[in-house]
Design a protein around this ligand. Sequence first.
Ligand SMILES: [Zn+2]
Length: 98
Amino acid sequence: MPHASNVVSCTGPESQHAFDNVPLQPRNGTLDAPCPVCKGHGQWNTQIDLVSFRCSRTICDRCSGAGWVETGRDPIAVPDIELNPEGRPQWIIRHTAV
Ligand SMILES: [Zn+2]
């Protein structure tokens, strides 16, 4: 017997179910304010099943998933990948200005 489902799509963070079951992100000490786009969640549902709560999510582009943004002029540390001198990819912290 197929189990019940009630899948709804969310067009963006303003959708009714966009933040169902999405936890708030803990504040990263260097950032100033909850992200105005995702309201501190860092991501939102693009699709959610209101019965099983299975969902697909997208990461917020405004805060890169941190849920918090810098409001001043401090640079923001963003994890990124670049090639090291041997040509191998490695994780770095890139600082970007707002
Ligand atoms: Zn955000």
